[in-house]
Design a protein around this ligand. Structure first.
Ligand code: FES
Ligand code: FES
Length: 150
């Protein structure tokens, strides 16, 4: 049995050590906001925060988490920058199909937490691991700038 701290709550889970966090979130805890895309840490759809840092949950074994706090898309809107990012996403109508957007929002929020006023180059560097098949990159950049200006 493992105890995970997710979105400010403790969860006891009985899972193998090598189960990726993404599987625990979606299949064990029913938190389906975090998406499965590639499963090989290449697309960013599964991005969550681990101790405030963006990580790919599809390859993160649950045994590596320990006592560190996990934040997912279900709760990132309760943080100041997560709220600003989500509002900017709505204002700029970023989303198309939406599949990649949980991961995009988690990476964008982590960027603002580290760099409150990012340049285009900062945004491109921070977001380069999040793939969007609908090509929403231009609006993502606009929305991050808008959130940073609030
Ligand atoms: S599903 Fe994790 S990076 Fe693609
Ligand atoms: S909005 Fe469709 S994949 Fe990004």
């Amino acid at each position: 049995m493992k105890v995970l701290s997710i979105n400010g709550q403790s969860h006891q889970v009985d899972v193998p050590d090598d189960m990726p966090l993404l599987w625990v979130l979606r299949d064990v805890l029913g938190m389906t906001g975090t998406k499965f895309g590639c499963g090989i840490a290449q697309c960013g759809a599964c991005t969550v925060h681990l101790a405030g840092q963006p990580v790919r949950s599809c390859l993160l074994p649950v045994s590596a988490i320990g006592a560190r706090q996990v934040t997912t898309i279900e709760a990132v809107g309760q943080t100041p920058n997560g709220h600003k990012i989500q509002q900017a996403w709505l204002d700029k109508e970023v989303v198309q199909c939406g599949y990649c957007q949980s991961g995009q929002i988690m990476s964008a929020t982590a960027l603002l937490n580290q760099t409150p006023h990012p340049t285009d180059a900062d945004i491109d560097a921070a977001m380069s691991g999040n793939i969007c098949r609908c090509g929403t990159y231009v609006r993502i950049r606009e929305a991050i700038h808008a959130a940073a200006s609030v």
